[in-house]
Ligand binder design. Structure first.
Ligand SMILES: Cc1ncc(COP(=O)(O)O)c(C=O)c1O
Length: 445
């Protein structure tokens, strides 16, 4: 197949871009190339329309190429492309931080910018250590993650993460990390609508881990309120509340990694709001600016900011951390426009309103060939397939390919298909998703 850039006509070579989290050899033999996007759809380089059932990669919550966001970026690019964020500032980054703080939980009004979810996680881990040290508890250095947790790909995030394949080669370099058990329990919780009823007791394991390491050494627990990347794993009812109680009791910080759940995915600004829990830190990225430019952030409790900033000697840089692109003007302009669009169109409420329809539509696939579980919360759903003997992940990947051929973008992880459409989705799109999923499940061996 002769490939070219559809916009410029330039011949394309696929050899040089070493693609992330991709089977490069397979992809380059049969590439899936997207050329443009608008609202709920992508178009491939050969002009096929694809319904976006994944909001890109859990991130384009307002739908694609929305005019106010596009124009904000264009305007900012023409006015000022870049400004250094170290010992210098620019208005739009402050505006972006204010817009995020405005919807953050009460008492969490400070925002530190990074450029990705992974960087937000590293920032949160460092902020945790800096906070404990500032309060005279420098011995608190142990981090507790959870099996099947995903916290990005940098060394800290890989270590506190709990996906064996990701950890195999790289984990262990960050010492002093332990893990809670995964809450995923198909035997007791398959086909739950919303959060499953069984498993709250798994949170009590945290008492054991804190006792094992001694509370005086434990810095923080990091979990995704709803795990996305490892296959849409929902917390058992009461589980997150229990984690909050135990961490608070022992002076251990609770970090909610909301890179996927932040900005309306569950029908509320954050999962923290959905579950009625205030963590100490929230990591976010993706939908913060509708993924229109790279951006991540840590939102922290005011006490954490104050302990680090006010605790440092006058005349010093209080937190020796940051990125060249922290609060990048284009990303920040996109964030301001995105947050306004979420407000103007009530998109979080919209997600909450359409979530019951989405739930019933997804669960209508119960009984389809290969399906062993369907689970959902807000506008996110996971469909778990029986793995093929000796070929884990193959069946779901083929289903993903079938869907793409039919005109639907899904996300696949192991033998789980994940759906997380833009929050502007209409009922008719949900019906189309179900039709294409049902047809794909029928045709896959
Ligand atoms: C919960 C969570 N944390 C961190 C990340 C990493 O984000 P990024 O790929 O932007 O580095 C992701 C990515 O999906 C995520 O889902």
């Amino acid at each position: 197949m002769k490939l070219e850039d559809p916009h410029t006509g330039t011949a394309l070579s696929l050899a040089e871009w070493w693609m992330p989290f991709t089977n490069n050899r397979q992809f380059k033999q049969a590439p899936r190339l997207l050329a443009r996007a608008q609202d709920m759809h992508y178009w491939t380089v050969d002009g096929r329309q694809i319904l976006d059932g994944a909001a890109g990669l859990w991130c384009v919550n307002a739908g694609h190429c929305r005019k106010p966001i596009v124009e904000a970026i264009q305007k900012q690019a023409a006015a000022m492309d870049y400004a250094p964020p170290f010992q210098m500032g620019h208005p739009v980054a402050f505006e972006a931080a204010s817009a995020v703080a405005q919807i953050a939980p009460a008492g969490m009004k400070h925002v530190f910018f990074a450029n990705s979810g992974s960087e937000a996680v590293e920032t949160a881990l460092k902020m945790t250590l800096a906070y404990h040290r500032a309060r005279g508890e420098a011995s608190r250095r142990v981090f507790i993650g959870r099996e099947r947790g995903y916290h990005g790909v940098n060394f800290g995030g890989t270590s506190v993460g709990g996906i064996p394949g990701n950890r195999k080669v790289y984990a262990g370099l960050v010492a002093g990390v332990d893990h809670l058990r995964s809450t995923h329990d198909l035997a007791r919780n398959a086909y739950s609508k919303g959060c499953p009823t069984h498993g709250v007791e798994l949170a009590d394991e945290l008492e054991r881990l804190i006792a094992l390491h001694d509370a005086s050494n434990v810095a923080a627990v990091i979990v995704e309120p709803v795990a996305g990347s490892s296959g849409v794993l929902l917390p058992p009812q009461g589980y997150l509340q229990r984690l909050r109680e135990i961490t608070a009791k022992h002076g251990v910080l609770l970090i909610f990694d909301e890179v996927i759940t932040g900005f309306g995915r569950l029908g509320t600004p954050f999962a923290a709001d959905f579950f009625g829990i205030t963590p100490d830190l929230i990591t976010c990225a993706k939908a913060i600016n509708n993924a229109a430019a790279p951006m991540g952030a840590v939102i922290c409790r005011n006490e954490i900011h104050d302990a680090i900033v006010n605790g440092a000697p006058e005349g010093t840089i209080e937190f020796l951390h940051g990125y060249t692109y922290s609060g990048h003007p284009l990303a920040a302009a996109a964030a301001v426009a995105t947050q306004k669009l979420y407000r103007d169109e009530n998109l979080f409420q919209r997600a909450a309103q359409i979530a019951p329809y989405f739930q019933e539509a997804m669960h209508s696939l119960r009984g389809a060939r290969h399906v062993i579980d369907i689970r959902n919360c807000g506008l996110v759903a996971g469909i778990e397939l029986e793995p093929r003997a000796g070929a884990a992940g193959k069946r779901a990947f083929e289903t993903f390919l079938h869907c793409f051929e039919a005109g639907l973008l899904t996300r696949v992880t192991g033998d789980i298909l994940a759906l997380s459409p833009p929050l502007i989705i209409e009922k008719s799109h949900i019906d189309q998703m179900v039709e294409m999923l049902a047809a794909a499940l029928k045709s896959v061996a």
